[in-house]
Design a protein around this ligand. Structure first.
Ligand SMILES: [Zn+2]
Length: 165
């Protein structure tokens, strides 16, 4: 029975690199660190993906599930995406590359941190345009639940800040 079925877990992880965060299209779900696990049953041609939610109520979650399913179903497998609270996502899970891409996109990446997993008060991040630390938060409600708008007092430019968890 060495027939047909050849997709490997590794291939699935690779494919997930193609799936962007719907909120932050510059970085992939892998860079964001939200995929906890991929469980592949090759005999059943079935994969289960465990997704860690980044923000409670973040509307992107449903979209992420659809995108993951769509991407992995290209391997002719049945895909189930489950949101898990087995482990809590923190911004520490964002990869180096993810941080760099966020910065390039003009979004201040969350400071690598954080003592615990409780929701913190949002602190203004350094300006991604000029690096100034003289920034203030304009609104705790950015364009989405996941982002906030901050403002740089040096270069006078607004920028988006990724809300840390
Ligand atoms: Zn600035």
């Amino acid at each position: 029975m060495t027939d047909t079925f050849v997709v490997s877990e590794e291939t699935l992880w690779d494919a997930l690199h193609d799936v962007p965060d719907p909120e932050l299209p510059h970085i992939s779900l892998i860079d964001l660190g939200v995929i906890l696990r991929v469980e592949l049953d090759t005999q059943a041609a079935f994969a289960r993906v465990l997704l860690m939610p980044t923000f409670l109520g973040c509307p992107a979650l449903e979209m992420m599930r659809d995108m993951i399913r769509e991407r992995l179903e290209q391997f002719d497998i049945t895909v189930q995406v489950d949101v898990t609270d087995e482990q809590i996502w923190t911004s520490d899970r964002i990869s180096e590359e993810g941080r760099r891409k966020l910065e390039e996109a003009g979004i201040a990446p969350p400071a690598p941190n954080n003592q615990n997993n409780t929701i913190m008060l949002l602190e203004p991040a350094p300006c991604p345009h000029c690096g100034s630390r003289k920034t203030s938060l304009e609104s705790a409600f950015g364009p989405t639940l996941c982002r906030a708008i901050a403002h740089c007092r040096d270069c006078k430019q607004p920028f988006e800040q990724f809300k840390p968890l």
